[in-house]
Ligand binder design. Structure first.
Ligand code: C2E
Ligand code: CA
Ligand code: CA
Ligand code: CA
Length: 285
């Protein structure tokens, strides 16, 4: 028993070492990717209750020179651990703003783009973090403002960020809104916050996590949950986006519950900018 225990430790040790080496390699590659322009953004349409597609979510993709296309789930956490997320995030914002201008020209001034922002970009006290934030805010002055003074940028943050929120972060969120940038709470329902808790923050949109949407059926517990989230959000004057809508039944139920916006493969996959520009503004729903 002793010997096999030792074997076990050895193998674990080796695996750990390999994982560590892989991560070091990955981080090196991420660093190169930024310099070599290997990242690009895709844009997933988000439709309103009438089937109008004026919102998009920007999602990062990595075209690795040897490994091919890599999804964000495989590198965002390494980018966060290494701090490179601050630089990636800065690039994402610049790229998304350029895309937003084009989309607004092609589809009208009400177009909005949601950008995923890592908690580290907001919580980080490193110099770079402040540079990122101020470039986000001042740079947004170049964008068109619609009649309601929104510039079309929506920052998507996860609910766990709210829990860690200090005075400075709260100030940052207020600055966003003062500058026409809206705030969406991403993956709602998967973290620890409650609707009562988010009442204390200025949130414009709440995105119901796709795990709830994908288990929707008329009698499921997800149904009551989605309906309750939508009703309560509306009482708090927060609009609701459902993520991961894949079927007509899910779309119909969500509309029946009063959901404001729908996003998912049922409507469209994330698209290259050229395709997003041409995506029908009005869809049958
Ligand atoms: P997320 O913010 O929750 O983004 C939604 C994810 O769901 C995207 O995965 C999207 O492609 C996928 N999706 C959309 N519709 C459907 C559907 O109908 N069914 C299914 N099964 N999936 C659907 P993606 O692009 O792989 O991104 C994964 C996560 O990576 C994102 O989750 C977000 O947390 C993170 N991420 C993506 N882009 C960025 C970025 O620019 N910066 C940061 N910090 N994180 C990002
Ligand atoms: Ca998101
Ligand atoms: Ca999400
Ligand atoms: Ca997610």
């Amino acid at each position: 028993a002793k010997a096999s225990g030792r074997d076990c430790v050895k193998r674990f040790d080796w695996k750990l070492k390999q994982a560590l080496l892989d991560k070091v390699e990955l981080i090196k590659d991420i660093n190169k990717a930024l310099k070599n322009d290997e990242f690009f953004l895709v844009y997933q349409p988000i439709v309103d209750r009438e089937g109008k597609a004026l919102k998009f979510e920007a999602l990062i993709r990595w075209n690795h020179p040897e490994k091919g296309l890599i999804s964000p789930d495989e590198f965002i956490s390494a980018a966060e651990e290494s701090g490179l997320i601050v630089d990636i995030g800065g690039w994402v914002i610049q790229e998304a703003k350029a895309a937003l201008s084009k989309l607004q020209v092609a589809r009208g001034p009400d177009v909005q783009i949601g950008v995923n922002v890592s908690p580290l970009q907001l919580l980080n006290r490193r110099e770079g973090a402040d540079v990122f934030l101020s470039s986000l805010i001042t740079g947004s002055g170049e964008l068109n403002r619609s009649a309601d003074e929104k510039n079309g940028l929506v920052v998507e943050i996860t609910e766990n960020l709210l829990m860690e929120m200090d005075e400075r972060t709260r100030q940052v969120l207020m600055d966003f809104r003062k500058n026409g940038i809206q705030v969406a709470l991403d993956d709602f329902g998967t973290g620890y916050s409650s609707l009562a808790y988010i009442m204390n923050y200025d949130i414009d949109f709440l995105k119901i996590d796709r795990s709830f949407v994908q288990t929707l059926s008329p009698e499921s517990s997800s149904s009551s949950l989605c309906e309750a989230i939508i009703n309560m959000a509306h009482k708090l004057k927060i609009m609701v986006v459902a993520e991961g809508v894949e079927t007509k039944q899910q779309a119909d139920l969500l509309l029946q519950y009063g959901c404001d916006f729908l996003q998912g493969y049922y409507f469209a996959k994330p698209l290259r900018l050229e395709e997003a520009l041409l995506y029908p503004i009005q869809k049958e729903i």
